[in-house]
Design a protein around this ligand. Structure first.
Ligand code: PMP
Length: 369
């Protein structure tokens, strides 16, 4: 037994001995005692080394793709469910209903399985089979319905609402106008970024789908820094928010579109409304820049990002350039490229979208599909 003690001591010593590279990875978290839901958040804040060198600033990306459901929306999904529980709208055995084919649905599916709730998802029947399959295999009852405009009562959002209203012990999470969504970022993403940077950040930038991330982060950072940290919206084509901010509050009709899934907005949601006036400005990012940054982040940083993340990174770079050398700019890496690879890395798709020319020659080797 003295031999085994000696062996144990030696192996622990060798495990703790630093490797020659000297890089220290962060300490592991404790046990996620509430199961999967307590593994949501606490994501790394990654320095984008090449972009930081290029701009003379520190550009940091919050690695939201590391959440269990693979996106920033896990946080909002969890907070919508926790809020419904706290209000007594959801009790054991209850049902969550939402209208979405996107990341929120996936986040809700994980949260509902982990907490034992049923999940019903309404979505337009124009969504890909892949999305339907994924939600179904995560246990959701998926209901594809005709893709009709919002003012039609058969629109998937209204159907989701009616479904929940017609059931006992059920809640429509309503991510766009449920402010539990932004609360997730006020209570988790914001404090995490503040702690990770020790409050030493100068600006934050991110795009908007529901507006939960941008609004929650802006509220938190403005409060915590006494207004010092500058916050900017990053907006894709087809969204009305950039012109809304630039024009001092004029809402125009929505026109055009973007390859960046999950972002772009046609109205000021309830999540955005209380905080949109706190913003310092907005940056419009064309698809050419977003797609190029998908490839650059892969090539230069080893990051495999979806297009909303890379749009955010472009915005962070532009804000860094505007502020000048020595500043720290933080943004959100919303999700990975996994669910979009058949488009983002397909030559045919890039040609169809007229975006092949946006990929620099040296990066075209990544167009493998
Ligand atoms: N990126 C992706 C990939 C998303 O799915 C979403 C949510 N629709 C967002 C960004 C935007 O986040 P939020 O809803 O908090 O504005």
């Amino acid at each position: 037994s003295s031999t085994s003690r000696r062996l144990a001591a030696e192996s622990i010593a060798s495990m703790e001995a630093p490797f020659a590279h000297g890089i220290r990875v962060s300490a592991v978290q404790g046990i996620a005692s509430d199961g999967l839901v307590s593994a949501i958040g606490k994501t790394p804040l990654i320095k984008l080394k090449q972009l930081s060198a290029d701009t003379g600033c520190t550009i940091l990306g919050k690695a939201e793709f590391q959440n269990p459901g693979g996106s920033v929306k896990d946080r909002a999904a969890l907070f919508c469910v926790l809020d419904a529980e706290a209000r007594g709208q959801l009790k054991p055995g209850g049902t969550v209903v939402e209208g979405t084919a996107g990341n929120t649905g996936i986040g809700l599916a994980h949260v509902c399985r982990s907490k034992g709730y049923k999940l019903v998802i309404y979505m337009p029947n124009t969504q890909s089979q892949g999305k339907i399959d994924l939600l179904r295999l995560l246990g959701a009852d998926v209901r594809p319905v005709p893709a009709v405009p919002f003012d039609d009562p058969q629109n998937y959002n209204h159907q989701a609402k009616r479904h929940a209203e017609g059931l006992e012990n059920a809640v429509w999470t309503n991510q766009f106008d449920n402010i539990a969504n932004r609360q997730a970022h006020i209570e988790t993403t914001g404090p995490e970024i503040w702690a990770q940077t020790e409050g030493k950040l100068d600006a934050f930038t991110c795009a908007t789908g529901t507006g939960g991330t941008l609004a929650g982060m802006t509220r938190y950072l403005k409060t915590k820094s006494d207004g010092r940290v500058k916050c900017y919206l990053a907006d894709p084509p087809g969204s009305v928010l950039h012109s809304y901010i630039q024009s001092g509050g004029k809402l125009q009709d929505r026109s055009g579109g973007s390859i960046t899934e999950g972002i772009g907005q046609g109205r000021v949601t309830d999540n955005l409304r209380p905080d949109i006036d706190l913003l310092d400005g907005s940056v419009h990012i064309p698809d050419e820049k977003s797609i190029e940054m998908v490839y650059r982040c892969l090539d230069e940083e080893g990051l495999y990002l979806g297009a909303s993340s890379s749009l955010n990174v472009v915005a962070a770079k532009e804000v860094a350039e505007k502020l000048g050398k020595g500043h720290t700019v933080v943004t959100i890496l919303c999700d990975g490229a996994y669910r979009y690879a058949d488009r983002l890395f397909s030559r045919k798709w890039l040609e169809q979208k007229n975006l092949l020319g946006a990929i620099p020659e040296r990066l075209q080797k990544y167009i493998v599909l």
